[in-house]
Design a protein around this ligand. Structure first.
Ligand code: ADP
Ligand code: MP5
Length: 269
């Protein structure tokens, strides 16, 4: 049996809804063996972030080397990277090991407003990570920061996608979670065409970790050898099910249910 393997290089969320924890749960649900290199520990729950503790650059490089010298991932994603030093070492190691299928989730701010990426790191993200990305998955505020333009409608989102594409990412997926529309549109640009992935907006405050889960699902499907459009299509169904079937735990922005996608599959059989 061929075992598909995916690596996440991201921060730990003690509350279990976002970050490394969301990624590993998603990999597992999609039948992919999950591996991790932790960049920072956050003390976090559904009410917000209580503390951020980045790891040393040496400690992060060592974790990636442990994987690179023994286990070759079929796809890699990055999440919270915190500062430019971490971004540089992560880009260097991914290049050193010649890993392909790289998903960059340019995590900047947690749902409650706490910064998970320092402002000084934006240029490093553009210079070192975008040129090696198979796909970058910003939400609308992140796409505004990277592209440098304001996004208030779909045509501005398309313009931003083109600007981000020109920075070197092979595909740009600008998510629509931050738009006030009833229809949730995630927009992909592959340098040639635009693709829209649509679903109904779910009225809920429990969206902690949606971006992490979505990008982890894309990573898992790329690891299995699917193309970008098919990978995003699965990820969209996965996140929709996970949000619809929210767990209602904690007193703030609760997590999504990573089990929901497979639970539905099982119920349909
Ligand atoms: N209320 C919602 N209903 C349905 N899908 C949602 C909702 N909120 C977010 N999503 C989906 O979750 C994914 C993450 O979107 P978004 O919230 O924009 O990212 P982030 O978590 O990075 O801010 C996207 O696929 C988006 O369409
Ligand atoms: C460690 C960590 N990484 C990422 C996020 C972003 O979460 P979201 O997916 O809700 O944008 C988070 N809150 N914590």
């Amino acid at each position: 049996m061929k075992v598909f393997k995916a690596l996440t290089i991201a921060g730990s969320d003690s509350g279990g809804g976002a970050g490394i924890q969301a990624d590993v749960k998603t990999f597992q649900e999609l039948g992919v063996y999950g591996m991790t290199a932790i960049t920072a520990i956050t003390a976090q729950n559904t009410t917000g972030v209580q503390g951020v503790y980045p790891l040393s650059v040496e400690g992060i490089a060592k974790q990636i080397d442990s994987i690179g010298t023994d286990l070759t991932p079929d796809a890699v994603k990055t999440g919270m990277l915190f500062n430019s030093e971490i971004i540089k070492v992560v880009a260097e190691k991914i290049t050193q090991y010649q890993w392909s299928n790289l998903v960059i989730d340019p995590v900047m701010i947690a749902k409650g407003g706490s910064p998970l990426l320092q402002a000084e790191a934006i240029e490093a993200l553009k210079d070192y990570l975008l040129p090696i990305a198979t796909v970058i998955t910003p939400n609308i505020p992140e796409a505004e920061v990277i592209s440098g333009i304001k996004i208030t409608n779909l045509s501005e989102r398309k313009e931003a996608a083109k600007l981000i594409y020109n920075l070197g990412a092979k595909n740009v997926m600008i998510k629509g979670g931050h738009e006030e529309t009833d229809q949730m549109i995630d927009l992909l640009y592959d340098g040639n065409r635009f693709f829209q992935f649509e679903s109904k907006r779910i009225a809920t405050k429990n969206t902690h970790g949606t971006g992490c889960t979505f990008s982890a699902a894309i990573t898992a499907e790329l690891a299995k050898g699917k193309n970008i459009v098919d990978s995003i299509s699965v990820a969209k169904h996965f996140i929709q099910a996970a949000i619809e079937d929210d767990l209602r735990i904690g007193t703030g922005h609760g997590p999504t249910n990573h089990w929901a996608y497979n639970k539905r599959g099982a119920l349909c059989k």
